[in-house]
Design a protein around this ligand. Structure first.
Ligand code: CP
Length: 320
C-alpha cells in the first residue's frame, strides 16, 4: 500500500507498492466493466485536475476515476484561470487547498513541478506528467496491461522504440518494469537517446531488430515535437522507415506479442496503421486500464489520508 501523501514518480515506490496499485486496478476494473459504474468509496472527497499541458487520456481518465468512486471532480482550465494573470504554482495550489480539496492531479512542462506543489499543499498531489521526468500513472497502466496479458511482469523482455530522450513515459516504464523484474530494450535515433540511460539498467540496442527480436511486448513512443527544437531526425518519412514499428519488425517479436503506445499516436510515423489497428494492438485496452489504475491510485491515497491525520508541508505540519 502507498505510505506517502503524494504519487510523484515510480522511483519513490517499492516493487510491492507498484504491485499493489496494479492488483488494485484489476479490482477497480470489475466496477469499470459493470453495468453500474458507481461506488461511494470516495464520497465527500474532491479531485481537481490542473493541467498546464494538453491531455485527453490522463485528464479524462482521472476525472472518470473520481466520478466512478463517488468523488466530486473539478477541472481547472489553466488557459482561463488566474495563472494567466501571473499567479504562481504554489499560490494556485494553496488557493485550491483553501477550498478543502483532497487530490490535485497536475501536468506541467517543468520537471519537478508536482514535487514543488506537493511540498506546499495539504492535498495529495498526483503527477500526471512533468516535463521529461516521469509519467508514473501511464507506466502503471502499461504494467497493468502487460500483467493482464502475462500474469506477471517478472522475466519479460519489453522493447521500447522511439523518442526515448523526451519521453517521461519511457523513463517511468524503465523504472517500474526494472523494479518488477522485466528487462527493457531501447532503440532510438542517437539524437533521441538520453546520455547514460544504460546506467539505469536499460539495454541500449544498435538496431530495431535487436530490440524487438524475441520481445514479449513492443512499445512505440510519440515523437515529442513540443520538447525539441528540430533537427533530431531528417523527416517524418525517414523516421517511420528506420525507427517505426511495422508488420515486418513486429514479426520478430514473440508470437502474439502485444503492441503498446501511450498515445496520442502519430499514425504512420511511430506505428503503421496496420500495427495500430492490428490484432496485437492493446492500445485501446491501455486506455481502459488507465481508468482502472487511476481508481486504484485514488483509493490508496484516500486510505493513506484517512490513516494519517497530519503531513509535513513547506509551511510546517498541517492536518490533512
Ligand atoms: N498518454 C497520455 O498521457 O495521453 P494524454 O496526453 O492524452 O493524457
Amino acid at each position: 500500500m502507498l505510505s506517502q501523501k503524494d504519487l510523484l514518480g515510480l522511483k519513490d515506490l517499492t516493487a510491492e507498492q507498484i504491485l499493489s496499485l496494479i492488483d488494485g486496478a484489476f479490482e477497480c476494473k470489475k466496477l469499470l466493466l459493470s453495468d453500474c459504474k458507481k461506488s461511494d468509496e470516495l464520497k465527500g472527497k474532491t479531485l481537481v485536475t490542473l493541467f498546464y499541458e494538453n491531455s485527453t487520456r490522463t485528464r479524462t481518465s482521472f476525472e472518470l476515476a473520481g466520478k466512478y468512486l463517488g468523488a466530486n471532480e473539478v477541472n481547472i482550465s489553466v488557459a482561463a484561470s488566474s495563472v494567466q494573470k501571473g499567479e504562481t504554482l504554489i499560490d494556485t495550489g494553496r488557493t485550491l487547498d483553501a477550498m478543502k480539496i483532497d487530490f490535485i492531479v497536475i501536468r506541467h512542462s517543468m520537471a519537478g513541478a508536482p514535487a514543488l506543489l506537493a511540498k506546499n499543499v495539504k492535498a495529495s498531489v498526483i503527477n500526471g506528467g512533468d516535463g521529461m521526468h516521469e509519467h508514473p500513472t501511464q507506466a502503471l497502466l502499461d504494467m497493468v496491461t502487460l500483467k493482464e496479458k502475462y500474469g506477471t511482469l517478472s522475466g519479460l523482455k519489453v522493447a521500447i522504440l522511439g523518442d526515448i530522450k523526451h519521453s517521461r513515459v519511457a523513463m517511468s516504464n524503465l523504472i517500474g518494469l526494472k523494479k518488477l523484474g522485466s528487462e527493457v530494450y531501447l532503440y532510438a535515433p542517437a539524437t533521441m537517446l538520453p546520455k547514460d540511460i544504460d546506467k539505469l539498467g536499460a539495454h541500449v540496442c544498435r538496431s530495431r531488430e535487436e530490440a524487438v527480436e524475441g520481445a514479449d511486448a513492443v512499445m512505440g513512443l510519440r515523437i515529442q515535437l513540443e520538447r525539441m527544437n528540430g533537427g533530431l531526425f531528417p523527416s517524418l518519412g525517414e523516421y517511420a522507415r528506420y525507427y517505426g514499428v511495422n508488420d515486418n519488425i513486429l514479426a520478430l517479436a514473440k508470437k502474439g506479442a502485444p503492441v503498446l503506445h501511450p498515445g496520442p499516436v502519430n499514425r504512420g510515423v511511430e506505428l503503421t496503421p496496420q500495427v495500430i489497428d492490428g490484432a496485437q494492438s492493446l492500445i485501446n485496452e491501455q486506455v481502459t486500464n488507465g481508468v482502472a489504475v487511476r481508481m486504484s491510485i485514488l483509493k490508496q491515497l484516500a486510505a493513506f489520508r484517512a490513516a494519517n491525520g497530519a503531513v509535513k508541508t513547506a509551511n510546517g505540519e498541517k492536518n490533512i
